[in-house]
Design a protein around this ligand. Structure first.
Ligand SMILES: *Cc1c(COP(=O)(O)O)cnc(C)c1O
Length: 423
């Protein structure tokens, strides 16, 4: 039987050589490889500066602390995301304000607008599956005079920005584009994840990329973020080890979230092949899926690209018209039984115990629930072979249509009834 994992890491000779090079260099934690990966990230994203850290989650905490988030502040984010998006806000003592999504799975700018209060300090927009959000709409909301008037700056950074901070949760969207340019140019700060299942990995890792207005001194902000990510210590171990002097100072109550060189080495070997190779292979697979399903009447086409945007093809979110959550689950079970590991992105935040206990209600984000209940994420990664892709396509078609056959037998009115609903 064919066995197809969901998202194995891409490890080739270049990755192994780069890691071995680090091991033999006598320096394995933050040092020259991290510096090189940061440089590559600024090139790929065309941003002003990149700060590598040990996860998306820690990068988000760092960003929110940099902006001075504290108890009583609010951050608006979508229900349809991974828990980390909201947990980073909670870790700063602030309150996540959870809003609904559009049919393309990204945050609904109208819902964002309605959720803004004088306590709103930031928005975290999630480029779900790799598709950039509607940043144009989000920017015009936060830059509009009436919303700017509501903004209540309390720290030096907040005064300097003078409006709500727009953060991109770019955990999925490395390589995604808006108007032919990197999507990172659409927000103030983009945070990437290099977790093992992401498009580009360092096993665990993340990166904060700056695209701040011109009245910020980027070199200063970069230095602050680097120092804050290493206990607030003004001299890192690499500098001290290489004769930079033993005496140091601790400037802030910083975090300890720096990325080690041994991890950066993996990402460095991948990023050199990213745009022309790894990204292109993902794109080809996404289009093969889309072409195979697009004539099926149960298929809801995901946006891979439109007039403005191009996805990074991180997740292939298959959606099926009008299946219930239970039917979706049984389709998944039968696909898994055939050896294909699939997933669901995401269980909306209000369905998770921690957010339920904080009083968030699924009824407040009905579209997030609808999208979740009909979604199945298919395997998509560069190592997938043609025969595996064909096997996935055939199995998915067979199992989805089997579900509809079973439904038709037990309830003949079902298909026509649901069909009307979908138009
Ligand atoms: C993976 C992921 C994160 C968290 O990334 P880590 O590097 O594991 O902290 C955050 N947001 C989204 C949307 C993700 O998929």
């Amino acid at each position: 039987m064919m066995k197809i994992p969901f998202s194995p890491p891409f490890i080739d000779k270049h990755v192994i050589d780069e890691v071995v090079d680090t091991l033999q260099s006598n320096w394995i934690t933050t040092g020259p490889k991290v510096k090189q990966l940061e440089l590559e990230m600024t090139k790929l994203t065309k941003t002003q500066a990149a700060v590598c850290v040990n996860s998306w989650s820690s990068g988000a905490c760092l960003t929110l602390k940099w902006f001075g988030l504290k108890e009583g502040d609010e951050v608006i984010l979508p229900a349809y995301t991974y828990c980390a998006t909201a947990l980073s806000v909670i870790h700063c003592g602030a309150k996540p304000v959870i809003v609904d999504i559009l049919d393309d799975l990204t945050i609904d700018p109208e819902e964002v607008k309605k959720a803004i209060t004088p306590r709103t300090k930031a928005i975290i927009a999630v480029d779900i599956a790799g598709l950039p959000c509607n940043y144009g709409a989000l920017r015009s909301i936060i830059q509009s005079p009436e919303v700017k008037k509501l903004f209540n700056p309390e720290t030096e950074k907040q005064w300097r920005l003078g409006r709500i901070l727009l953060i991109a949760d770019a955990a999925h969207s490395i390589g995604a584009k808006v108007d032919g340019l990197p999507a990172s140019l659409q927000s103030d700060i983009s945070i990437f994840s290099f977790h093992a299942v992401k498009n580009l990995t360092t096993a665990e890792g993340g990166c904060v990329c700056l695209n701040l207005p011109c009245h910020f001194n980027i070199e200063e902000e970069y230095r602050f973020l680097k120092v804050f990510s290493l206990n607030g210590q003004n001299k890192d171990a690499f500098t001290k080890n290489n004769g930079g002097g033993w005496r140091y100072d601790v400037l802030y109550a910083g975090l300890k979230i720096n990325m080690p060189d041994i991890c950066a080495a993996i990402g460095l070997a991948q990023i050199r092949q990213y745009e022309n190779f790894l990204f292109e292979l993902r794109k080809i697979i996404a289009h093969r899926y889309n072409d195979a399903f697009k004539n099926r009447d149960w298929y809801i086409q995901p946006i891979l690209s439109d007039k403005k945007r191009e996805s990074s093809y991180h997740i292939f979110p298959l959606r099926i018209i009008n299946v219930s959550e239970q039917q979706r689950d049984s389709i998944i079970q039968r696909i898994m039984d055939k050896g294909i590991v699939v997933n669901v992105h995401f269980i909306p935040l209000p369905m998770l115990s921690i957010f339920k206990s904080l009083g968030y209600l699924m009824e407040d984000c009905p579209n997030a629930y609808l999208q979740y209940s009909c979604e199945i994420s298919l395997p998509i990664y560069p190592q997938l072979k043609g025969e595996e892709i064909n096997f996935i396509i055939n199995t998915v078609i067979e199992e989805v249509e089997r579900e509809f056959e079973m439904e038709k037998i037990s309830n003949p009115a079902y298909l026509t009834k649901n069909y009307e609903k979908s138009i």
